[in-house]
Design a protein around this ligand. Structure first.
Ligand code: HEM
Length: 301
């Protein structure tokens, strides 16, 4: 069985309209659902394929992907339940959480002013989710470029598309616990010194308190705009993570950064192509897995 653009054409013809409407409604109330849904999508597909395994809660005997440090900062999982409930009303037991997650991620990009990305459908949902898979398969925040490019290449994504995908860091936030290693005891020389002072105001101590929700927005100019400003920012030394700074320094990636910084349309094209490849990575299809009713729990046996 394969994914296709018309998988739900007869099974649930209203699906894409429902997800679009509900995602926009949620975005209008909780703007950051759009932001987080894009990272959710990446971390679902990037760990054991696009199978909504990231949405499963831990249960006795199963520590889920959510518990991995690589998923620190993920938020708003609950809104997928809201979208899925609406889909269940129209088409009970028909549409997977994995497809809902892909479509909601797509709508997140659109709601933030980014490009429309056609998404093939027909995925099914994983029966389990394992913290260890997320520990192993997702890229750590301080990974070097070899590791980053290797991880993308495992997903079928080449260097240019990997650089485009990282353009997603044009929205959202970085918590201080992910920033302070580059600020204390000494500022990483790849960070612009004025900007480092700003980050130090946002994160005044090397000791962070996760309960305080201390963070800095990735793009202070257009925080809720899905645009190519990320590439301008990293060229100015305003990248938050090691990977953001390294993109401008590594000979394999730096020319793509300049190209995307100069041409928003080209960035959109390459980002869209990359998302298409990503969302078709290792889906469950046919009779594999299940169609979960509630995205956070596997169906009762
Ligand atoms: C592979 C290299 C990558 C690494 C190491 C990485 C790491 C991170 C880290 C550490 C954060 C901050 C989390 C926090 O402190 O709350 C973050 C945020 C984010 N990342 Fe990435 N990321 C990578 C690639 C991507 C890709 C490919 C996408 C999407 C296509 C993406 C989308 C996002 C988004 C949207 C946020 C903001 C989330 C929010 O505000 O809720 N990242 N990333």
């Amino acid at each position: 069985a394969e994914l296709s653009y018309n998988f739900y054409k007869t099974r649930c013809p209203q699906l894409e309209e429902i997800v679009k409407k509900k995602s926009l409604e949620l975005y209008n109330i909780h703007g950051n659902f759009a932001t987080s849904s894009i990272r959710n999508l990446f971390h679902d597909c990037g760990c054991s394929g696009c199978d909504a395994s990231i949405l499963l809660d831990s249960v006795p005997g199963m520590e889920s992907e959510k518990e991995s440090d690589n998923n620190f900062g993920q938020r708003n999982y609950k809104y997928f339940d809201v979208v899925k409930a609406e889909v269940e009303l129209a088409c009970p037991g028909t549409v997977s959480c994995a497809d809902v997650l892909m479509l909601a991620g797509r709508e997140g990009v659109i709601n933030l002013g980014g490009p429309y990305i056609p998404i093939k459908l027909g995925r099914r949902d994983a029966l389990f989710s394992r913290k260890e898979d997320a520990d192993r398969e997702l890229v750590k925040k301080d990974a070097d470029m070899d590791v980053v490019l290797e991880a993308f290449s495992r997903l079928g994504i080449d260097t240019e598309h990997a650089v485009a995908m990282l353009g997603a860091h044009t929205i959202g936030r970085t918590h201080c616990r992910n920033l302070v290693q580059r600020l204390y005891p000494a500022v990483d020389p790849a960070i612009n010194s004025e900007y480092a002072n700003y980050l130090k105001l946002r994160c005044p101590s090397s000791v962070t308190d996760d309960k305080m929700v201390e963070y800095s927005r990735n793009d202070r100019d257009t925080p809720m705009g899905f645009d190519n400003n990320y590439f301008n920012l990293i060229l100015q030394g305003k990248g938050h993570l090691k990977v953001d700074s390294d993109l401008t320094l590594d000979p394999r990636t730096k020319d793509y950064v300049t190209k995307f910084a100069q041409d928003n349309g080209y960035f959109y094209t390459k980002f869209g192509e990359a998302v298409k490849i990503l969302t078709e990575y290792k889906p469950l299809t046919g009779t594999e897995g299940e169609i979960r009713t509630v995205c956070r729990v596997a169906n009762p046996k």
